[in-house]
Design a protein around this ligand. Structure first.
Ligand code: MN
Length: 326
């Protein structure tokens, strides 16, 4: 779910010593209930006031580890792709493209909404602990009405000094995901050994985000707590990560070239104008063919109703600041 609440969020910037590591901006999470009659609570770091996007990544939710069930009834999306990435547990996905998939830890499941899709997400009964991230990618204008699609990929683990990486989108350390993206993107899980530190070569045209899943991880000279998102701007060809603790730590590394188009995000829709959003909302309420229908979902609520529109006109998100954090 993507209700945009105006909760204040703190931002901390640490500037490195001249010639030292790149400056990192810390985006702290806010707790949000995920939709549905039995909502679980998630930690959301994108979008927020300080930052709307990292590359085309436009939405970052982190949840668990928690003994809870996810049960999100059929709900619509437009103009985006969703990435479900689990560390533990299992989620049953059903969508209006006719896909029925089991989302498992370490496996990329990339749903392309394009012009419109609807889907449900329900924990697999046997899975006691739910732990993972839900990420959205904004589609560029030329592709935002693309066909519905669903991609699946299981990346191999690759060894780095003091770490293991699984590259699910894009390329890192010689490992390349074959999954197509509409803009240049990077997505990888990196598990850090205790007392490890490494410098990773990254694309200098990309901006990067490091979502801390476990441990206290250093990104550059900045420490990230669990569910914090560290941001490093473009213009840097190295990303420094360290785990100073005596237990393993884990992050999700996201990146992409700065997304230059204006977006308007509301609820589960990505559009370009107030009129887009009003239209999408009405079509969902009218059960329009744009979104199709999910079959096989067995919840007490057959579909999530759209929330009421705000009384004020929705405005596009500003184009991301071009200032480079170097
Ligand atoms: Mn969804």
């Amino acid at each position: 779910m993507s209700n945009l609440e105006a909760a204040p969020a703190e931002v901390a910037c640490s500037s490195g010593v001249a010639g030292a590591l790149p400056m990192v901006q810390v985006l702290q999470p806010r707790e949000v209930p995920l939709g549905g009659p039995r909502a679980i609570r998630v930690q959301r770091t994108l979008p927020q006031r300080q930052r709307s996007l990292i590359g085309a990544w436009c939405f970052i939710d982190h949840y668990g580890p928690v003994h809870a069930r996810m049960d999100v009834p059929p709900h619509p999306h437009t103009g985006l792709q969703t990435v479900s990435w689990l560390f533990s547990g299992g989620v049953e996905h059903r969508d209006s493209a006719g896909v029925h998939a089991l989302v498992r830890p370490g496996e990329l499941n990339l749903m392309t909404a394009g012009a419109g899709i609807c889907h449900s997400e329900v924990s697999i009964e046997s899975s006691a602990v739910l732990h993972g991230v839900q990420l959205w990618v904004a589609l560029p204008d030329a592709d935002r009405d693309a066909d519905r699609d669903f991609g699946h990929y299981v990346p191999k683990s690759i060894s780095l000094p003091g770490a293991v990486a699984r590259v699910f989108l894009g390329e890192l350390a010689g490992s390349r995901s074959p999954v197509h993206t509409f803009t240049p993107l990077l997505g990888a899980q990196i598990d850090l050994e205790p007392n490890a530190g490494l410098n990773i070569d990254v694309d200098a045209a990309f901006e990067h985000g490091v979502l801390c899943d476990s441990g206290h991880v250093q990104m550059g000279e900045t420490t990230l707590a669990v569910a914090d998102l560290g941001y490093q701007g473009p213009g840097n060809s190295t990303l420094h990560l360290a785990n100073p603790g005596d237990r393993p730590a884990r992050v999700v590394l996201l990146g992409g070239t700065p997304f230059a188009e204006q977006l308007l995000m509301w609820w589960n829709f990505v559009g370009r104008s107030h009129e887009d959003i009003v239209g999408y909302r009405q079509m969902w309420e009218d059960a329009d063919d744009r979104f199709g229908a999910v079959t096989g979902y067995r919840g007490s609520v057959t579909r999530l109703p759209a929330p009421p529109l705000p009384t004020t006109r929705l405005r596009p998100r500003p184009i991301p600041e071009r200032k480079e954090h170097t």
